[in-house]
Design a protein around this ligand. Structure first.
Ligand code: TRP
Length: 332
């Protein structure tokens, strides 16, 4: 049986955090046996906001090492840096001629990101078209994303359907895959906001590469709510509930079970155990990462394999697209 294709990606801005791990990479790891898998480091997306070139360069390689350290197996999955495949940009241009300004201005992520910026670059506005190109280029069936990306995926489907209707079947129409047990981890300081790796307040996030003492400090300082009982109540106790969600995802236990265990105990008992749990999860990842990041040749080999695979797949799609819209085939 032909395996279905899954595709997802993360922007190399900031350090990968447990929000990325529990909400995305851990799910990818569990899916890679059953699907043809493509995991992108979307560096082209990340330059929609300010990046320091040297940092961006080292962060991309670091992300590849972290994907692998988290269990993405290069023998099963394809890891690709977006800018290594020129077809992403090529397809994006074509798709941008089939996307309406009105559609882009309705994107909530654009609206909220552009609110705080003085100079809004065009890339921030057309960002969802590049994301659509990422997905459609590889004819992905399923796209595991957090709920904040659902609107972008809807737009991707609309663009693909529009193109297919105009020029005959060209793109597979992708489905969003919002993992059932994929936790949405919130900021440790503002538990109503998503934990974001680009948060300037480092106390809000636990990075995958944080040392144990840092993990403990951040959990101890995390915002909890008034009261002292460890009870799960998303509405009245968003801070504590977020910590319970992290605990749940790491231990695979239910909230009820966790509440029971901490009956009669204090927040500090719970926080101390949670820190242990996080440290136990991150330690082997960090160990593997430290080994991988020193083996640059190995990482480059993985990227070469990913690029070879991705180039073939995406060239297939782009030549179909160019033919259908009436471009003269290139003479080789
Ligand atoms: N926009 C996504 C995010 O910020 C990242 C992304 C880029 C992506 N291209 C993608 C996710 C393709 C899934 C598929 O989370």
């Amino acid at each position: 049986m032909i395996k279905k294709t899954i595709l997802s990606g993360i922007q190399p801005s900031g350090n990968l955090c447990i929000g990325n791990y529990l909400g995305a990479i851990k799910q990818w790891e569990q899916m890679q046996d059953d699907y043809e898998s493509i995991f992108l480091v979307v560096d082209m997306h990340s330059i929609t906001t300010k990046q320091l070139p040297a940092d961006l360069r080292s962060r991309c390689l670091s992300f590849v090492a972290q994907y692998i350290a988290c269990g993405i197996d290069p023998n099963k999955s394809n890891i690709i840096i977006q800018s290594h495949i020129p077809q992403h940009a090529e397809l994006m241009w074509v798709l941008s001629c089939f996307t309406y300004q009105g559609e882009l201005s309705r994107m909530t992520q654009y609206k909220s990101k552009s609110k705080n910026l003085k100079n809004i670059n065009a890339g921030l506005f057309t960002y969802p078209i590049l994301m659509a190109a990422d997905i459609l280029l590889y004819q992905a069936d399923l796209v595991p994303v957090g709920s904040d990306q659902k609107q972008h995926l809807e737009l991707c489907r609309d663009i693909a359907l529009r193109f297919n209707n105009k020029f005959s079947e060209t793109f597979k129409i992708p489905e969003p895959f919002i993992p059932k047990n994929g936790a949405r981890i919130m900021s440790l300081q503002n538990p109503t906001d998503k934990m974001s790796k680009s948060d300037v307040n480092l106390n809000s996030i636990i990075s995958l590469l944080d040392e144990p003492n840092i993990v403990r400090k951040k959990i101890n300082r995390s915002v909890t709510d008034s009261g002292s009982k460890v009870v799960y109540n998303q509405k009245d106790k968003p801070g504590l509930s977020n910590l319970i969600n992290i605990y749940k995802s790491l231990s695979n236990e239910s909230a009820d079970y966790i509440e029971n265990r901490y009956k009669g105990k204090m927040y500090s008992d719970f926080k101390s155990d949670l820190s242990d749990l996080i440290i136990d999860t991150l330690s082997p990842i960090k160990l593997e990462y430290d080994y991988l990041i020193k083996n640059k040749d190995y990482l480059l080999k993985i990227l070469k394999d990913g690029t070879d695979y991705g180039y073939k797949k995406s060239q297939n799609t782009i030549s179909k697209v160019y033919r259908k819209i009436g471009f003269v085939p290139r003479v080789r």
